[in-house]
Design a protein around this ligand. Structure first.
Ligand SMILES: [Zn+2]
Length: 64
């Protein structure tokens, strides 16, 4: 097991932890994981919105 140093407070802790036990700052690896998860969620929301908008355009009657 490795010891890593917190970027925020300098506290040293085991790298099996996902966040600093002292100030609760996520480790760089955990921050990356969280960012990747957020990106994925954003992409799903975006694709969902496009599909929804396309369906609405096809389904709703046009007054012309
Ligand atoms: Zn810390």
């Amino acid at each position: 097991m490795n010891e890593i140093q917190c970027r925020h407070c300098g506290h040293r802790f085991d790298d099996s932890q996902i966040r600093c036990p002292h100030c609760r700052t996520p480790t760089p690896a955990e921050q990356e994981r969280l960012a990747a998860g957020a990106k994925k969620r954003f992409l799903y929301a975006f694709v969902g919105l496009i599909v929804f908008a396309t369906l609405m355009i096809l389904i709703l009657p046009r007054d012309s």
